[in-house]
Design a protein around this ligand. Structure first.
Ligand code: ADP
Ligand code: ASP
Ligand code: MG
Length: 414
C-alpha cells in the first residue's frame, strides 16, 4: 500500500481497561480489530491496562510507602499497559494475523519531565508508519511516554485516551475511536442516572468541560488536544457495533439545547486557610507557593473580612491533598495566617451546555432545584458554558438526578 492510502484508511482505536479486563475480552478485541483489517483499514490500536490494574498497582504502592517518588510511580504504573499490548498482539497472532506491540518509548512518544501527568511534546511516528507499510496491525501501550532523559513517564489518569488522540493527530488519521463499557457520552453518568440519554454529537468545548468536571468517560486533556488539532472522536461500546457519540466542532443545532449534561466529581477535597491577613499580595503568595508545589487548584472562595482577617478556601484533587497541605501549612506560617483545615467530604456537581451563553436564569433554576431538596451550596463557580457547585458528598447523587430531571435531560423527556 502507498503511504497515502495507508493514512486515508487509517483508524486509531483505543480500548479501555474494562474492554480488555480478562482473556475473553482481549480475544473479543482481537476479533474486532481483525474485522476492521479485513475491511481494508490500516489500524493503530491503543490499549489500557487490564481492568483495574492501575488502581491495584497504586494499592500496592500504598502498602510500601506514603510518599513514593513520582519517577518510580511512573516506572511501576507503565507496566500495566505493557501487559495489555503483548497479550493483544498474541491474541491477534493466534487468529492468524500480523500484529506488533510497542511501548510508548519505542514509538517515540516524547513527553516533558512532569512525572504522573506528563505532556506529550512530540511523536516520532516513523516506526509505526514502517510497520503499517508492512501491513501489520500496530498496538501501542496507552498512558505512557518517555522524557528527554529516557525516563518513563505517564500522562495522568485516563491517559490512554490522550495517547490515542495524539497518535491520530500525528498520523493524520481521519477518525479516532474510543471503545469503552458504555454506548457513548450520556447526559450524565448512566450508573448514577438510569434514564440518562446518549448524545449523538457533542462539541469539543462541552466535552472538555464535562470531562474536566468529572465525567470520566473521556480524559480532559485528550479533548484539549483533539480540539486544538480538530481530531474527530467517536466514543462507542466495545461490546456491540452500534454508533456511539461523535465529538467534533460545535454545530449550530447544539446551541438550541440549554444544558447538555450534568457532571459529578467526588474526588476533590476542600482546604481552608483560617485568619489570613487581609492585605494585598497575601493570596498571590499562598497560591504561588501551591503552584510551585505542582498542585492544581480548582474552586476558590475568600470570605468577606470585617476584622482585617479572612478565611480562604479552595479545592484540589484528592490525590494532591497531602502535597497541598504541606505547601499551605508552610506558607500559612510565613504570612502569619492561622490554622489550615481540610475536608474530603465534599462533591462538585456541574451543569454544562453551550446554550447557556445565550440564555439567562440557568443559575437561578439550578439553585432553586437544590433548595427544593434542602441541599446546601458551599461554593459556586461559573464560566460561559458551565455552573459548578460544591455540596456535601452524601447529597451528590441526589443532586445530579434532581438537576437531570429539572433540565429535562432524560430519555422520556423532549
Ligand atoms: P475505560 O476503562 O474504557 O477508559 P472509563 O471507566 O474511564 O472507561 O469511562 C467509562 C465510564 O465513564 C462509564 O462506565 C461511566 O460510568 C462513566 N461516565 C461518567 N460520566 C459519563 C457520561 N456523561 N457518559 C458516559 N459515561 C460516563
Ligand atoms: N490505565 C490508566 C488509568 O487507569 C490509563 C487509562 O486507563 O487510560 O488511568
Ligand atoms: Mg478511561
Amino acid at each position: 500500500m502507498t503511504k497515502m492510502n495507508i493514512m486515508k484508511n487509517l483508524i486509531v482505536q483505543k480500548y479501555g481497561g474494562s474492554s480488555v479486563a480478562d482473556p475473553d475480552r482481549i480475544k473479543n478485541v482481537a476479533k474486532r480489530v481483525i474485522r476492521y483489517k479485513q475491511e481494508g483499514h490500516s489500524l493503530v490500536i491503543v490499549v489500557s491496562a487490564l481492568g483495574d490494574t492501575t488502581d491495584e498497582l497504586l494499592d500496592l504502592v500504598g502498602q510500601i510507602t506514603e510518599n513514593p517518588q513520582d519517577r518510580e510511580l511512573d516506572m511501576l504504573l507503565a507496566t500495566g499497559e505493557q501487559i495489555s499490548v503483548a497479550l493483544l498482539a498474541m491474541a491477534i497472532h493466534s487468529l492468524g494475523h500480523e500484529a506488533i506491540s510497542f511501548t510508548g518509548a519505542q514509538v517515540g512518544i516524547v513527553t516533558d519531565a512532569s512525572h504522573t501527568k506528563a505532556r506529550i511534546l512530540d511523536i516520532n511516528s516513523k516506526r509505526i508508519e514502517k510497520e503499517l507499510a508492512k501491513n501489520k496491525i500496530v498496538i501501542v501501550a496507552g498512558f505512557q511516554g518517555v522524557n528527554l532523559n529516557q525516563d518513563i513517564t505517564t500522562l495522568g489518569r485516563g491517559g490512554s485516551d490522550l495517547t490515542a488522540v495524539a497518535l491520530a493527530k500525528a498520523l493524520r488519521a481521519p477518525i479516532c475511536e474510543i471503545y469503552t463499557d458504555v454506548d457513548g457520552v450520556y447526559t450524565a453518568d448512566p450508573r448514577i442516572v438510569p434514564n440518562a440519554r446518549k448524545l449523538e454529537r457533542i462539541s469539543y468545548e462541552e466535552m472538555l468541560e464535562m470531562a474536566s468536571l468529572g465525567s470520566q468517560v473521556m480524559q480532559a486533556r485528550s479533548i484539549e488536544v483533539a480540539k486544538k488539532f480538530n481530531v474527530t472522536i467517536h466514543v462507542r461500546s466495545s461490546f456491540h457495533n452500534q454508533e456511539g457519540t461523535l465529538i467534533s466542532e460545535e454545530v449550530s443545532s447544539m446551541e438550541e439545547v440549554l444544558v447538555s449534561g450534568v457532571s459529578l466529581n467526588k474526588k476533590e477535597a476542600k482546604v481552608t486557610v483560617c485568619d489570613v491577613p487581609d492585605k494585598p499580595g497575601v493570596a498571590a503568595k499562598i497560591f504561588g507557593d501551591i503552584a510551585n508545589a505542582d498542585v492544581n487548584v480548582d474552586m476558590i472562595v475568600q470570605n468577606v473580612s470585617r476584622t482585617g482577617q479572612t478565611d480562604i478556601s479552595f479545592t484540589v484533587d484528592s490525590t494532591e491533598l497531602k502535597k497541598a497541605i504541606k505547601a499551605v501549612e508552610k506558607v500559612a506560617r510565613g504570612v502569619k495566617a492561622g490554622q489550615v483545615v481540610s475536608d474530603e467530604d465534599i462533591a462538585k456537581v456541574s451543569i454544562v451546555g453551550v446554550g447557556m451563553r445565550s440564555h439567562t436564569g440557568v443559575a437561578a433554576k439550578m439553585f432553586e432545584v437544590l433548595a427544593s431538596k434542602k441541599i446546601n451550596i458551599e461554593m459556586i463557580s461559573t464560566s460561559e458554558i458551565k455552573i459548578s457547585i460544591l455540596i456535601r458528598k452524601a447529597h451528590a447523587e441526589e443532586a445530579v438526578r434532581a438537576l437531570h430531571d429539572a433540565f429535562e435531560l432524560g430519555k422520556n423527556k423532549k
